[in-house]
Design a protein around this ligand. Structure first.
Ligand code: ZN
Length: 424
């Protein structure tokens, strides 16, 4: 459940508390003004095992960079981490920061982005953009659906290829975005791919060759319910999960812990429904996950998976991550040394193109039930997770101003081309 600017203190009002915050006040865990949801910089978790321990404490890990972690934690969680010898620096009250970032005085209507961020696509705008693209480029673009969200929203997919209406014998590539609700920049990333590979067809030689030789699939939002909830009322909610109700009254499954490959195997997800990394009651219990899995399964033609390459875009930390996430091992059941070397080679090439850092997913911390573990484990698809801009940044990590859409999505043009070239 979200709490809106509630503090553990009964004496100070929210406005006074925010004032103290912006003047550089710092608090210890024992301070009565410690926010119910505090944004902290964590230092001292210098190994993947230590960061896994932080994640398992149940905090909301926002980003990881250069060994430092940004997390949202309750006073109890913060005290617990300090008790493990970690250094936590309070950056602010997460709920107050969200409220301030949401536009403050100038509110737009519900279900639109807060004032100043209108350059981001709402769900309705995203759907309209796909339809307009398909009608403007009917020979190479077609929109369909992979299923419905919990609340019944369609999850559209666009196919881009020459002779788009026929299922040609060409290697296929999949790009997926906006699995986590608040990671709105990723929706724009998928729309950038759609725009580039349609508008550039016939004029850009590289684009034209790719569209002629491959079949490109793009899913701009895997979590439309969460994305709409996150912007409802013109104020950002900081929401991550989907919107499925849980048995304890909380809401949401972390769909990137819900995929049906070694689901819940390795302490890389939570069994607590209120956790930000709740894995769900069973593998693929989230309809959004089933939609993606069913679509990918449908691309097995004549016993052969047609999709050869995949990127799932997230924010933030500027990372290129590859499987597996469920184990620290590079070579393990389902991953040979040669296969791992290929992941690393293509991953590092993409990272060199966009200035991100490339690494195995578990080098951050252990995760299980992730989309990329499933894509490779179940379907042998060369699958990466990108953590986009910025490298760090607290609240702005999820809500960069819309002026960043063009520079941060075009920044990945080269990486997208590398992935497509390696999808063979
Ligand atoms: Zn994410």
């Amino acid at each position: 459940m979200l709490s809106k600017r509630r503090w553990t203190t009964t004496g100070a009002g929210a406005a006074a508390a925010v004032l103290v915050l912006v003047t550089g006040w710092q608090a210890s865990a024992a301070d009565e003004r410690t926010p119910e949801r505090g944004l902290y910089q964590v230092r001292g978790a210098d190994t993947a095992a230590a960061r896994t321990d932080v994640d398992r404490a149940g905090v909301d890990v926002l980003g990881v960079r250069d060994g430092g972690m940004e997390v949202v934690a309750s006073p109890e969680q913060a005290a617990g981490l300090r008790g493990q010898g970690l250094t936590l620096t309070l950056q602010g009250d997460w709920d107050a920061l969200l409220a301030a970032r949401g536009g403050g005085l100038s509110r737009t209507a519900a279900a639109d982005f807060p004032a100043g961020d209108e350059g981001y696509h709402t769900y309705a705008e995203m759907v309209a953009a796909l339809r307009e693209t398909a009608s403007a480029h009917p020979e190479i673009a077609a929109v369909s659906s992979i299923g419905s969200s919990h609340e019944g929203r369609d999850i559209p997919i666009i196919k881009i290829s020459d002779n788009v209406a026929s299922d040609e014998d060409e290697p296929e590539v999949l790009f997926t975005c906006n699995m986590h609700a608040r990671e709105h920049l990723t929706t724009e990333m998928c729309l950038r791919i759609v725009e580039r590979f349609t508008a550039g067809y016939g004029s850009d030689a590289g684009v034209t060759a790719a569209v002629d030789a491959k079949e490109i699939w793009v899913v701009p939002s895997q979590n439309p319910d969460g994305a709409e909830f996150d912007i409802a009322g013109g104020e950002y909610a900081g929401w991550r999960k989907n919107r499925q109700p849980n048995s304890d009254g909380s809401v949401g499954t972390d769909t990137n812990r819900n995929f049906d490959y070694k689901w819940g195997c390795c302490g890389g997800s939570s069994t607590s429904p209120s956790s930000e990394t709740y894995r769900g009651p069973s593998a693929a219990s989230a309809p959004e996950v089933r939609a993606v899995q069913d679509f990918v399964g449908s691309r097995v033609v004549g016993g052969t998976q047609q999709i050869k390459g995949h990127i799932d875009f997230h924010t933030f930390s500027e990372l290129v991550l590859w499987p597996f996430g469920h184990t620290y091992d590079t070579v393990t059941d389902g991953m040979t040394a040669e296969e791992y070397a290929r992941f690393e080679s293509v991953g590092e090439e993409m990272a060199a193109s966009n200035g991100y850092t490339g690494q195995q997913s578990s080098a951050l911390y252990v995760t299980d039930g992730s989309i990329s573990d499933w894509m490779w484990g179940e379907h042998k698809i060369l699958s990466y997770c990108f953590e986009m801009y910025p490298a760090g940044g607290g609240i702005d990590g999820f809500y960069p101003p819309d002026e960043q859409i063009v520079p941060q999505t075009t920044r990945n043009d080269g990486a997208v081309d590398i992935l497509i070239a390696n999808a063979t």
